[in-house]
Design a protein around this ligand. Structure first.
Ligand SMILES: CCCCCCCC/C=C\CCCCC/C=C/C(=O)SCCNC(=O)CCNC(=O)[C@H](O)C(C)(C)COP(=O)(O)OP(=O)(O)OC[C@H]1O[C@@H](n2cnc3c(N)ncnc32)[C@H](O)[C@@H]1OP(=O)(O)O
Ligand SMILES: Cc1cc2nc3c(=O)[nH]c(=O)nc-3n(C[C@H](O)[C@H](O)[C@H](O)COP(=O)(O)OP(=O)(O)OC[C@H]3O[C@@H](n4cnc5c(N)ncnc54)[C@H](O)[C@@H]3O)c2cc1C
Length: 664
């Protein structure tokens, strides 16, 4: 049956122009072209094989990652790929590696926090990979609390140097990717001490290893922190530990865009806000949101294709059994994830725009939108990574037993993805930063602006409450604005409740701590509101291609109504929907699932993923799942011999009741 498309009948059912949807997913015809070309290039090159990762030992795995990274770089140079194409190539190679931190954090940190002069010195070296950098912020004792970092950078005016030192065990840098075995340089974050005075945490460029023989420089102790969750998975990355023993670096290796230390030992603060020291995190959080749609769409693609292949029960008169995708329960678990993948794609696009806008303003010394960018990236990073990690696991379950096989691709995808809920800011800690979005809920707002803020929010809430009365069964079905109002009312109500409760505390900090779980829920409601509203905005644009807009309308409604259904307690207590409306929302969802059903395979085809990138037998394009599963099983190292190693030592003595005399 080789070459037969087992999903052809599904593809024939689709009611929209898949090629046009591919462009919408990619973002533009140009982005589609780059993505399509580079994904095929990677897929067709045996140098980028990845099907054996879960069977390799850590050392073999890591060496193979080094080989692939070097091979990827050679390909980039030989083919003279542009920056955009090179980034796509690394993406499709699909193996976490030191290069992610070099390109994703080290270079952006220098760009964002370095002076012109520093950029001119370090960036050309980094762009040519003549130095390899990592981002060394987190320590053994502190990750979330950046202000609690203990590493020190003490200025020595005699030698015009900083002395970087790890004063305690807990000050050891711990976790930075690429640090363990590869990076030659780090952006190390340390408390700046000048003339005996402390000035908070700043970034420093520190060389770690010799550029000649890769040995650690004097005063540097460095290594890998050990195996992480899952086989293969994130173990291709050398997350590292690092201690400094009075390591000296020249003064001009402090990143000095935000503040400077002069050779006389004067500390000077620029006009730019101090928070820019955290700017790299804002940048990476924004890319992580875009990445969430990639990871979720990948899992959804696998689960959707397999659900169309898999049949259980329901045979009539000896005919075929029911495709599991036709079960309403399967649809109610799978299609909201499909809709979420699209929703996250569009929110990722919007956040990219927001970040570009902030960057442009920063260059013109306009810092006004920085708090919003911080709150949005923090909140949306949290929302999308949590939903994606949960969604990947749900996709595994949607694939039944076979989903648990490594050859389904889902266990590894899950293991690689889950740390996204932790890195670049723990998701709960980040939700507590969501204060400056569409409404104010922080203790400062309540206390500095006093009851006025609460009153304003209350009247805003009341007006939403009133207008939402118009929300009826018909509007639920047809009107995006009614849906949006429901989300606004819910978010506003939760914020107002928090603000009112906060105002009952004499001590704001105490109130903030006591009510933090409610604040987190309000933050989630705000983030969901933003995702829904940006999806609706996307639909207001012109979207070419037969039936494409209609499909996106359906997905947008599913995303919003699914959340409304899931969180109906919040929505009901706003009073803007009644229990009857909640039930209608549920009926509407069922009808929307029926509309998605014939288009489901085409909607995942629109992601345009190669079989190489998907790395899943269950999700392969042609749906020829069973022969491939059968063939893959026999390739497992355990099947290299019919009788396993260890038979004579452990099985035979058991069977022969000789276990007491066996040498175990
Ligand atoms: C893997 C292969 C896949 C390839 C695909 C690529 C796509 C994915 C891309 C990259 C993946 C890379 C791999 C991951 C690598 C991981 C790296 C890391 O994890 S690096 C370490 C990250 N660490 C953190 O995120 C720490 C979290 N903590 C914090 O951010 C902060 O300390 C805090 C929680 C915000 C602290 O809050 P606190 O209020 O105590 O802080 P203060 O310092 O007092 O803040 C004062 C005011 O500043 C505001 N603030 C805080 N942060 C920012 C910011 N970033 N920007 C702007 N403003 C900020 C804060 O809100 C306070 O404001 P006010 O209340 O005073 O108004
Ligand atoms: C795979 C991976 C790669 C990483 N790569 C890097 C890297 O390249 N460079 C780097 O510098 N770091 C890196 N990190 C570190 C990462 O950024 C931190 O682990 C992350 O910021 C979380 O901090 P933490 O470990 O201190 O968690 P903790 O803050 O100790 O969190 C533990 C628990 O406490 C809770 N908690 C903490 N503070 C609060 C609070 N104020 N209110 C309520 N609850 C709270 C959290 O929600 C969580 O449940 C990486 C981590 C991982 C897992």
């Amino acid at each position: 049956m080789e070459g037969v498309d087992h999903l052809a009948h599904e593809r024939n059912k689709s009611e929209f122009d898949v090629d046009a949807m591919k462009i919408v997913w990619a973002g533009s015809p140009h982005a589609f072209d780059v993505s399509d070309r580079i994904s095929k290039l990677v897929a067709s090159d045996p140098g980028f094989r990845k099907d054996n990762r879960s069977t390799l030992s850590r050392k073999e795995l890591f060496k193979n990652t080094l080989r692939k990274a070097a091979y990827a770089w050679k390909t980039i140079v030989d083919l003279r790929l542009s920056e955009e194409e090179a980034a796509k190539l690394r993406f499709y190679v699909d193996e976490p590696a030191f290069t992610d931190l070099h390109w994703g954090m080290f270079i952006p940190a220098i760009k964002g926090q370095g002076t012109e002069e520093q950029q001119q010195k370090w960036l050309p070296l980094a762009y040519k990979m003549q130095i390899i950098g990592c981002y060394a912020q987190t320590e053994l004792g502190h990750g979330s609390n950046v202000q609690g970092l203990e590493t020190t950078a003490t200025f020595d005016s005699q030698t015009d140097e900083f002395i970087i030192h790890s004063p305690t065990l807990t000050s050891s840098k711990w976790w930075p990717g690429g640090l363990g075995k590869v990076a030659t340089h780090a952006i190390a974050y340390a408390r700046l001490i000048v003339g005996g005075r402390e000035h908070g945490v700043h970034g420093f460029i520190v060389q770690l290893r010799s550029l000649e023989d890769h040995s650690p420089l004097l005063g540097i102790t460095v290594g890998d922190i050990g195996m992480k969750f899952g086989n293969g998975a994130y173990n291709t990355m050398d997350n590292g530990v690092l201690q400094f023993d009075h390591v000296r670096i020249p003064r001009n290796q402090m990143l000095m865009r935000v503040s400077q230390v002069t050779c006389e030992g004067k500390y000077k603060q620029s006009d730019v806000p101090r928070q820019l020291v955290y700017g790299t995190m804002v940048y990476v959080r924004q890319t992580i949101v875009a990445d969430a749609s990639c990871a979720l769409s990948r899992a959804v693609c696998i689960a959707t294709r397999y659900s169309a292949v898999r049949r259980q029960f329901g045979s009539q008169n000896g005919g075929p059994e029911t495709q599991v995708i036709d079960y309403k329960t399967q649809q109610s678990r799978l299609f909201p994830l499909l809709a979420s993948a699209y929703a996250f794609r569009f929110i990722g696009e919007w956040l990219k725009w927001l970040y570009a806008d902030v960057t442009q303003r920063l260059q013109a010394n306009d810092f006004s939108t920085l708090p919003e960018a911080h709150a949005c990236t923090a909140g949306l990073k949290s929302l999308t990574t949590t939903a994606t990690a949960d969604g990947i696991e749900e996709c595994r379950k949607l694939c039944g037993g076979h989903g648990y096989l490594c050859s389904s691709g889902l266990p590894e995808l899950f293991a690689v993805y889950v740390p996204a809920c932790t890195y670049e800011g723990d998701n709960t800690v980040l939700l507590l930063q969501v204060r400056d979005m569409s409404c104010k809920v922080s203790h400062e707002d309540c206390f500095s602006a006093g009851v006025q803020a609460v009153q304003q929010e209350t009247s805003r809430y009341n007006s939403l409450y009133d207008s939402s009365r118009a929300f009826n069964a018909m509007s639920l079905r047809c009107s995006k604005s009614a849906l949006l109002e429901a989300f606004e009312a819910r978010a506003a109500r939760m914020s107002v409740a928090c603000a009112q409760n906060l105002s009952n505390f004499d001590n704001p900090e105490e109130g903030f701590a006591e009510l933090s779980a409610d604040l987190v829920e309000a933050a989630v409601a705000h983030c969901q509101l933003i995702v829904v509203s940006k999806f609706i905005e996307k639909l207001q644009q012109e979207i070419p291609g037969k039936g494409v807009k209609q499909q996106l309308e359906v997905l947008c409604n599913i995303y919003a109504l699914f959340l409304l259904h899931k969180h109906q307690g919040d929505f009901l207590s706003t009073g803007c929907i009644t229990p009857k409306h909640a039930a209608l929302a549920n009926d509407e969802l069922r009808s929307l699932y029926s509309q998605v059903r014939p288009n489901a395979i085409a909607l995942v085809d629109a992601f345009n993923y190669t079989d190489h990138y998907l790395g899943s037998i269950l999700g392969c394009y042609d749906g020829n799942v069973y022969p491939k599963l059968y063939e893959a099983a026999w390739k497992d190292p355990l099947n290299e011999s019919v009788v396993p190693d260890g038979y004579h030592l452990y099985i035979r003595p058991l069977l022969k009741q000789e276990i007491r005399t066996a040498r175990l």
